[in-house]
Design a protein around this ligand. Sequence first.
Ligand code: V47
Length: 378
Amino acid sequence: MVVCGGVPAGEAIFWEKLLAGSLGDIAERVLDGERLTRDDGIRLADSTDLLALGFLADYARRRRVGDEVYFINNAHINHTNICKNLCLFCAFGREAEAPGAYSLTLEEIESKVEEFKTYQPAEVHIVGGLNPTLPFSYYEEMLQIVRQGLPDAHIQAFDAVEIDFLGEVSGLGVEGVLDRLREVGLGSLPGGGAEIFNPQLRTRICPQKISGECWLDVHRTAHQMGVRTNATMLYGHLESSADRVDHLIKLRDLQDETDGFLAFIPLPFHPENTSFSYLPRTSGFDDLKTVALARLMLDNFLYIKSFWIMLTPNLAQISLAFGANDLDGTVREERIAHDAGAATPQYQPSDKFLRMIQGAGRIPVERDTLYHVIRRYS
Ligand code: V47
């Protein structure tokens, strides 16, 4: 194949090398904008040619979404860590009587919102455990409090696992719950709870959790109702390359069907204080490869988000050259990764995002949850 139009002149030499190498046929498909197969994905996931993966993912990113990199002024609330699922990879969830178990009262939520007013976040991101003692009215009132205190903020709340649980608690089902929560301010769903879809693995890492099919069904329902959602994949525990690729393909298939996903966020497993504390942390090499794999497989997702809290700011910045185009947000308080040993700060100011993005030669864009531009920095 001859390298020609579409490839910047300075890159031709790299393409020629790639096309002649062991990933040459995949490189050709990327260059032609063709969809990659499961087999391609597994070969990429198993490859140790990190720079080749990065080069291909960076090309795919540039062609699909250009040079802008997004961040958001947001604030997280983790309203309860009491959880009936007690997933084995999770250091955050605990039984009601366990040390450190908490549920924020509505008054405590109100004072958090009061505190947030100083920052005027564009988004309030709310996730927590499946606490059987909290009535559905608690969730409705929580959203009402956030909406009242921060009327301009988008509320991204409750992952698919929580929505399914609330469907049961309330007796309203998934659609009924989404309807009711939307009435009190719910804007979109975060992408948590997907973990890894392989059912055999789910029984080993999160036996009480809804199935992958159920997770996908909740997102399908949300999309059909016009509620946008994110998607995640927890990697770096017991899964194989094929498990990762199959997970991504299931997300890609649903996106083909609904076009309702906004961002995909790969979440590196943090083992501390979990049943898998004997496992090592993911390597930087694997983190970057996973971002690149996601960009290459998820050809119908616009946004690949590197959550700096879990990835570390330095690696998140480097991941901008491996297919990522979003760094998430200011956050302010995070418990899920920190309970599992994350040593990153819990807050990062906007000017740090500007430095990270401009330092990577890209264009910073402050966004809202739905990726409307709040400010584009030239
Ligand atoms: O659902 C739990 C994961 C998720 C651990 O949608 C763990 O924009 C690593 O979903 N090590 C919560 N991960 C976080 C999440 C998220 C974060 C940022 C942005 C968005 C978004 C979503 O964290 C959980 C679970 O999948 N998780 N325990 C752990 N030990």
